[in-house]
Design a protein around this ligand. Structure first.
Ligand SMILES: NC(=O)C1=CN([C@@H]2O[C@H](COP(=O)(O)OP(=O)(O)OC[C@H]3O[C@@H](n4cnc5c(N)ncnc54)[C@H](OP(=O)(O)O)[C@@H]3O)[C@@H](O)[C@H]2O)C=CC1
Ligand SMILES: CC(C)CCC[C@@H](C)[C@H]1CC[C@H]2C3=C(CC[C@]12C)[C@@]1(C)CCC(=O)C[C@@H]1CC3
Length: 345
């Protein structure tokens, strides 16, 4: 009978390792002595000790090649959340995640760590100190959220101590930091177009923004604590900075740090949300004729005008999680990392 060589516990593959979170994760894993494979649709960089496999995660054969002799897989690939291509989300986040699970089985992988999102429970209304036992959103606010829910369920249901295949889901919220292609660039672009003058609502809504190094720390802790006799098996964990902040204070700090004015005038939440819905609807009808994407999508307005912050008590208890970088330090590091986005550059 052929005996399978037991892979080293320090060999891993990061699916989506060329992306924002994935690359930070790869760098930290290398620092910690892991041998790392990256599987991604694009190769964005080179790093000693890292082997790149370029391919689509829906291609099982290509994926299996990148999982050979690997014991841990981190799955942090996804289409950009702002996309409204429902078919792409279905193909990558749902069908592709099924393929990832099958490829893990075929390659004999022991642990799968999924990057999910705290937004799987967000329906556009207030969440204060939400715990992991909140129900999944019944009416997900967009395709991204809808497919992140299904993806998380697939991964957690695949957890099997009998098969020796353990899974866990990390739910970060509002990841930011150096090289982030979304939060700071979109904010600066909106400011440069003169559209960051208004605060949606009264500005008191609290939100979690999580520094990328803390999200990485949560993923590595999860991988190292995931064992057959641990409470992590088949569970989801919020990973945040554990310092909810007023959404508009956070945005203002970044804008002012980069030399732009902070928004000052208030607009009623219901009015802005209504306009965003109307614009979204018009863009849908006109799509065959002209393509335009409103800056203030209903999702962004909901994120900007409601409370949504989450408890990470479960991660603290089960894996000893504590944020490594406090929020203020994280904002300073982030602002310093974008010299090219400063006002006047
Ligand atoms: N950013 C945030 O605030 C939050 C993110 N998350 C989750 O974290 C994860 C990482 O997000 P983030 O780093 O911001 O995203 P990025 O877009 O920066 O990284 C995702 C990477 O996956 C790649 N990718 C996309 N589709 C495929 C595919 N079919 N096969 C192989 N690779 C693919 C992307 O390539 P390409 O760029 O060419 O598409 C990209 O390199 C995602 O799962 C996201 O849902 C969760 C909570 C908050
Ligand atoms: C135009 C402004 C009102 C807002 C500019 C900043 C936004 C681009 C970001 C503020 C909150 C962010 C966020 C996400 C993307 C970027 C923001 C909307 C996510 C949707 C990314 C994916 C997730 O899983 C949840 C995130 C919530 C917060």
């Amino acid at each position: 009978m052929a005996t399978r060589i037991r892979p080293s516990s320090k060999r891993c593959t990061v699916i989506g390792g060329s992306g924002f979170l994935g690359r930070h994760l790869v760098e930290r894993l290398v620092d910690r002595g892991y041998t790392v494979n990256v599987f991604d649709i694009r190769q964005a960089y080179e790093l000693p000790g890292v082997t790149f496999y370029q391919g689509d995660l829906c291609d099982k054969l290509a994926l299996v090649m990148a999982l050979k002799e690997v014991s841990i897989v981190f799955h942090c690939a996804s289409p950009a959340p702002g996309s409204d291509d429902g078919a792409l989300f279905q193909r990558v986040n749902i069908d592709g995640t099924r393929t990832v699970i099958q490829a893990c089985h075929e390659a004999g992988v022991q642990k799968l760590i999924l990057t999910s999102s705290a937004s799987v429970v967000f329906e556009g209304t207030d969440i204060k100190n939400g715990k992991e036992d909140l129900p999944y959103a019944k009416k997900p606010i967009d395709y991204y959220t809808e497919t992140k829910i299904k993806q998380e369920k697939l991964v957690l249901e695949a957890c099997s101590k009998e098969k020796g295949f353990l899974t866990v889901a990390i739910r970060p919220h509002g990841i930011f930091g150096p090289r982030d292609p979304q939060l700071v660039p979109i904010l600066v672009d909106t400011a440069r177009r003169g559209k960051m003058k208004f605060i949606i609502g009264d500005g008191s809504n609290l939100v979690d923004f999580t520094y990328v190094e803390n999200v990485v720390h949560g993923h590595i802790l999860a991988a190292e604590h995931l064992k057959a006799d641990s409470p992590l098996c088949g569970q989801a964990y919020h990973i945040t900075n554990d310092e909810p902040v007023r959404f508009w204070d956070f945005m203002s700090q970044i804008l002012v740090g980069l030399g732009y004015s902070a928004p000052r005038y208030h607009l009623p939440y219901a009015l802005v949300y209504g306009i965003a819905l109307l614009l979204w609807f018009i863009s849908l009808i006109l799509r065959p004729l002209i393509q335009f994407k409103p800056t203030f999508s209903p999702m962004r307005v909901a994120l900007a005008g409601t409370h949504h912050y989450y408890s990470c008590a479960r991660a603290k208890q089960d894996m000893g999680y504590r944020p490594l970088v406090p929020l203020q330090e994280a904002v300073v590091r982030t602002v310093e990392s974008y010299p090219h986005l400063r006002n006047g550059e």
